[in-house]
Design a protein. Structure first.
Length: 124
């Protein structure tokens, strides 16, 4: 039930930014919307710093990124999150290159050590 509420919220959020997306060229991108809970800010920033050059090289953009300060409703602590983000990839091929790249694979351990409750909500 909570997943459905979150999915509806994310869909509404993405739809609300549709007009902005059209004017900024975001609609031509493959989008990945995800939520997670950052448990170690320092390690998470280290992870982001490690993948940033690869993202720049492949023209991958952070389209939206929100820090959630309060979870209004959750059935369990396991479902709590404190970040919602949308990444934009120029193509499906670029997305696959990014996630299979050695730089990302090496940085992935930092991601695992610094986050929990990762869930992918929308991918188009």
């Amino acid at each position: 039930m909570l997943f459905n509420k979150v999915a509806i919220f994310l869909f509404t959020l993405c739809t609300a930014f549709y007009a902005h997306s059209v004017t900024s060229g975001e609609n031509n991108m493959i989008k990945l919307v995800f939520a997670l809970k950052i448990t170690d800010e320092k390690k998470y920033l280290e992870y982001r710093d490690k993948i940033k050059p690869l993202m720049n090289e492949l023209n991958i953009m952070v389209l939206k990124e929100y820090r959630i300060s309060k979870v209004v409703h959750s059935n369990s602590k396991k479902e709590s999150v404190n970040m919602l983000a949308m990444f934009g990839f120029p193509s499906q091929e670029t997305k696959e290159k990014f996630f299979s790249n050695n730089v990302y694979q090496e940085a992935k351990l930092l991601f695992s050590e610094s986050t929990m409750n990762f869930s992918k909500h929308v991918e188009e």
